[in-house]
Design a protein around this ligand. Structure first.
Ligand SMILES: C[S@@+](CC[C@H](N)C(=O)[O-])C[C@H]1O[C@@H](n2cnc3c(N)ncnc32)[C@H](O)[C@@H]1O
Length: 284
């Protein structure tokens, strides 16, 4: 861990408030209903593809699916319902969110929620995941070195390949600075002010996931493109503000609903949030 962790209090306070205000709702940490829906669908498909590959490789036992920074456990519940034969682990640092996740699974032995900080090298306390999900968590580490360290720790919590089986799979939904710049260029064309990352976020550089321990997870399944939220971001952050002029932006509006589903989803590079899927290599 880096010695400078003076952002911990800020993050803790932010998520304490989120837990208090949103409870167990799907809007916890993601107020935009369409973004949540699209992210959840992408995760469900990715887990499905990962499980299919395990089966092809004759891997019979239950898979361990780990959600790091699982928040109130919403995504884990969707996954546990969809994949009733698998085991799930949620790792969560914020006590208040962790408690919400624990209460969600009181009668479900297949789901374990544990305390953990992805900056710790053994944050998963020796559990090894077949499939790991990291949904908007690395951007909460407000120090680049912590982000890099956490990525290594996350990779080490995933199964290595062996002679008979491929490495475990990983899905990241994280925000990137270069796409925010693109979005702000689009806004500037209509004199809309630039959007800055939230105070509790540090966006990633484009090459962040280029490490030898990861290679692209190639599947003939239906995993969406990295820029699957691009059109939705253009609509919510450029088109909608143009139409409503000086009025405050209303989230989850009919206007956005209509255009998001009327248009192809992955046009351009306007969404800072992007999705990348990998499998673990034999390196290190
Ligand atoms: C944007 S929220 C996303 C929550 C969940 N993945 C979702 O999409 O609903 C980020 C989550 O990461 C957790 N978190 C932040 N820093 C963490 C750390 N160092 N280790 C583990 N979890 C962390 C927060 O408490 C929060 O639950």
């Amino acid at each position: 861990m880096s010695s400078e962790q003076n952002y911990d209090d800020l993050i803790a306070e932010h998520y304490r408030n989120v837990a208090e205000q949103e409870g167990s709702k799907s809007t916890s940490t993601m107020a935009d209903i369409i973004t949540r829906e699209k992210e959840t669908r992408a995760i469900v498909d990715f887990v499905g593809d990962s499980l299919r590959r395990r089966k092809v490789e004759n891997n019979q036992g239950s898979a361990v699916i780990m959600d790091v920074g699982c928040g109130n456990g919403y995504t884990l519940e969707v996954l546990a319902n969809k994949y009733p034969k698998e085991k799930f682990i949620g790792v969560e640092k914020t006590k208040e969110l962790r408690e919400l996740a624990i209460s969600r699974f009181e009668n479900e032995e297949r789901v374990l929620i544990m305390e953990g900080d992805i900056r710790d090298s053994n944050f998963a306390t020796d559990s090894i995941a077949d499939t790991l999900i990291c949904q908007r968590v690395l951007i909460n580490l407000l120090d680049e070195n912590d982000q890099k360290e956490a990525l290594k720790n996350i990779v080490h919590a995933v199964k290595k390949p062996n002679t008979w089986q491929s490495g475990g799979t990983l899905l990241f939904l994280e925000s990137f600075s270069s796409s925010l710049t693109k979005l702000n260029t689009a806004r500037e064309e209509f004199d809309l002010p630039a959007i800055k990352p939230a105070h509790h976020n540090l966006y990633l550089q484009d090459n962040f996931f280029k490490i030898p321990e990861l290679k692209e997870f190639v599947t003939d399944g239906c995993i969406v493109q990295p820029n699957f939220l691009s059109s939705h971001y253009y609509i919510t952050r450029v088109l909608h503000p143009i139409f409503i002029k000086d009025k405050p932006v209303k989230r989850n509006s009919e206007f956005v609903n209509f255009f998001t589903y009327a248009l192809q989803e992955n046009v351009g590079d306007y969404s800072p949030v992007k999705l990348y899927v990998f499998e673990r290599t034999e390196k290190a």
